[in-house]
Design a protein around this ligand. Structure first.
Ligand code: G3H
Length: 496
C-alpha cells in the first residue's frame, strides 16, 4: 500500500511530507495541496504547500551537499545509483498504485513506468562511469601558428544544483531521467514534481533516501506552481533546469537567466502514410501511438496524414481496432482511462466541438463521462480546424487526407512544434528523404513516435524543446568542460 510500511515516514496524518536535508518534513505553511483522483474526481492524496523559505532551505542544503558529492569517486556514485535502482524496482507495486490513483495510468503501464525508471538509473550509472571517466588530451601545434608548447587536458565537471521539473504523465520516469544523470555527473538535485503525480514522485525520492545518498543531495518540494514555481526557476542557487511539460517551459526559458536548460515541451507528432505502406503495420502503430495512455504522451501520434488512395482502407482498419479498445478505470487496466483533470477534458471537448462545427467526419460518436472521454477518430480534417494544429493530449485523433507527400511534409513543418514524426512506406529511399524534410527532432520509419529506448537521443525542434535528452546527452548537458593547460618552455630552451 502507498504510504505504508517502507514508506510510513513520508506521510503525516493524511498529508505527504516534503524532503529536505535528508529528512521528511511538514511545511510551516500548515497548508496542503489536494491531489484529485481523475477517475473518482475526489481528493485522493494531499501534499505539503511549501513556502519560498522552505525552497531556499532545500536549495541551500543541495548546494552544500553537492560540494562533497562532486569529490566523491565516480564508482561510489554509481554504486549508490545501482542501489537506488534496486530499491525502486522492489517497490514497484506501491509506486505504481500512486500512478493509478493520481494520474489514472492503466495499472500495467504504471508498473512498467517504475521498472523502466529502475533500468534507466542503472544504465545511467554505467554510462556515467564510462563517459565521465574519460577526458581529452590536445596539443597546441595542430593549430596554425603554434609550436608544441601547450598541452591541454579536459575533463567534465558538474554544474551544481539541477532543478528537475517533470510532467504529470511520467512523474516517476521523467523525474528519474533528470535525477540519475545529474547525480552520476556530481550534481545535486532539487525536484519539483507535478501536482498530479507528486505522491508517486515522493515515494521514488524515498527509494533514493533508503539507498543512502548524502543528506541534502536530493531535495523535493511540493506546492502550488503559482507560489513557488517562478521562485524556483529564477532562484540564483539553481545552476541548470531540466523541464518536461507544456507551454510553461517557454516562459521558464525566458526567465531562467544564464544557465543550461534542457526542455521537452509539446508535440503535434505527424504520421505520414504512403500508398506503398504495410497498412496493417501502420494501423497497429497509429492506434497504439494515438491512444495509449489515452493520448497523454508528447510522443503520441497527434495527426495522421494519409495518401488519398489508401485513406478509406486505413480509416476503416483503424476504426475496427478503435472499437476494440477498452474504456474505463485504470485499476481494470483499460486502454482508455480518464484524462488527468477536468480542465484537460474540457479543452479536448473544445477541440471536438470546433471540428464538429467545421464538419469533420466523426467515425465514432463523441462520448464523455466526467474526465473519461471515449476514443474518437476524426476523418476529413482540414487545416482550418483547431484539431489539425493543437495537441489534444487526449484520445482524439485527426486524419487529414493528402494528395501528395509534399502536402504532408508541408503540414508537418507548418506546425510550431517539432518533436517527432513518423512515416510508413516500404521504400527506404523515400523514407529517408521524408525524414530529412521533416522539421522534427526525430523521425521514426515504420513505427510510431516514442522517446525510448532511454539511451537514444530525444529532442524537439522549434517550440518542442531545447537541448537533447537521452542518458548520454543528459549527462553532457549537466556537466561543463574544464580544461587545464600545461605551458611548456619555448622550443629554443628544450633539450636535444
Ligand atoms: O510525454 C512525453 C514523454 O517523453 C513520452 O515518452 O514516448 O516513452 O511515452 P514515451
Amino acid at each position: 500500500m502507498a504510504g505504508s510500511g517502507t514508506f510510513s515516514e513520508i506521510i503525516d496524518g493524511d498529508v505527504y511530507k516534503y524532503y529536505v536535508d535528508g529528512q521528511w518534513n511538514k511545511s510551516s505553511s500548515g497548508k496542503s495541496v489536494p491531489i484529485i483522483n481523475p477517475t473518482t474526481r475526489k481528493t485522493h492524496y494531499k501534499v505539503q504547500a511549501c513556502t519560498q523559505e522552505e525552497v531556499n532551505n532545500v536549495i541551500d542544503s543541495a548546494k552544500k551537499a553537492q560540494k562533497l558529492w562532486a569529490k566523491t569517486p565516480l564508482w561510489k556514485r554509481a554504486e549508490l545509483l545501482h542501489k537506488a535502482a534496486a530499491i525502486l524496482k522492489e517497490n514497484k507495486a506501491p509506486i505504481a498504485e500512486c500512478l493509478v490513483k493520481e494520474i489514472a495510468k492503466p495499472a500495467k503501464d504504471a508498473v512498467t513506468e517504475v521498472v523502466r525508471s529502475g533500468d534507466l538509473v542503472s544504465y545511467c550509472a554505467e554510462e556515467g562511469v564510462r563517459i565521465l571517466g574519460e577526458g581529452k588530451f590536445l596539443v597546441s601545434d595542430s593549430f596554425p601558428g603554434n609550436d608544441r608548447t601547450k598541452y591541454c587536458l579536459t575533463s567534465k565537471i558538474p554544474l551544481g544544483v539541477v532543478l528537475a521539473i517533470p510532467p504529470f504523465n511520467y512523474p516517476v520516469n521523467l523525474a528519474i531521467s533528470k535525477i540519475a544523470p545529474a547525480l552520476i555527473a556530481g550534481n545535486s538535485i532539487v525536484l519539483k514534481p507535478p501536482t498530479q503525480g507528486a505522491v508517486a514522485a515522493l515515494h521514488m525520492v524515498h527509494c533514493f533516501h533508503l539507498a543512502g545518498f548524502p543528506k541534502g543531495l536530493i531535495g523535493c518540494v511540493t506546492g502550488k506552481g503559482s507560489e513557488i514555481g517562478d521562485f524556483l526557476t529564477m532562484h540564483p542557487g539553481v545552476n541548470c533546469i531540466s523541464f518536461t511539460g507544456g507551454d510553461t517551459g517557454i516562459s521558464i526559458s525566458r526567465k531562467a537567466g544564464m544557465i543550461p536548460l534542457q526542455m521537452e515541451l509539446g508535440g503535434k507528432d505527424a504520421c505520414i502514410v504512403l500508398e506503398d505502406a504495410d497498412l496493417d503495420l501502420a494501423v497497429a502503430n497509429i492506434v497504439k501511438g494515438g491512444f495509449s495512455y489515452s493520448g497523454q504522451r508528447c510522443t503520441a501520434v497527434k495527426v495522421v496524414l494519409v495518401m488519398e488512395q489508401i485513406a478509406s482502407s486505413l480509416v476503416k482498419k483503424v476504426n475496427e481496432k478503435v472499437a476494440k479498445l477498452t474504456v474505463g478505470a485504470p485499476e481494470d487496466n483499460c486502454d482508455i482511462t480518464p484524462v488527468v483533470t477536468e480542465s484537460s477534458a474540457n479543452f479536448i471537448e473544445g477541440l471536438v466541438k470546433d471540428a464538429k462545427e467545421k464538419k469533420a467526419t466523426f467515425c465514432q460518436e463523441y462520448k464523455r463521462e466526467g474526465n473519461l472521454i471515449w476514443p474518437l477518430l476524426l476523418d476529413n480534417v482540414r487545416p482550418d480546424m483547431r484539431i489539425a494544429w493543437e495537441e489534444p493530449f487526449g484520445p482524439v485523433l485527426p486524419v487529414i487526407r493528402i494528395k501528395t507527400v509534399e502536402e504532408g511534409i508541408h503540414h508537418c513543418n507548418a506546425s510550431n512544434f517539432g518533436l517527432q514524426g513518423c512515416v510508413f512506406t516500404s521504400d527506404i529511399n523515400k523514407a529517408i528523404m521524408i525524414s530529412d524534410a521533416m522539421e522534427t527532432g526525430t523521425v521514426q520509419i515504420n513505427s510510431a513516435p516514442a522517446r525510448g529506448p532511454d539511451h537514444f537521443p530525444f529532442q524537439g525542434l522549434k517550440d518542442s524543446g531545447i537541448g537533447s535528452q537521452g542518458i548520454t546527452n543528459s549527462i553532457n548537458i549537466m556537466t561543463k568542460v574544464k580544461t587545464t593547460v600545461i605551458n611548456l618552455p619555448a622550443p629554443s630552451y628544450t633539450m636535444g
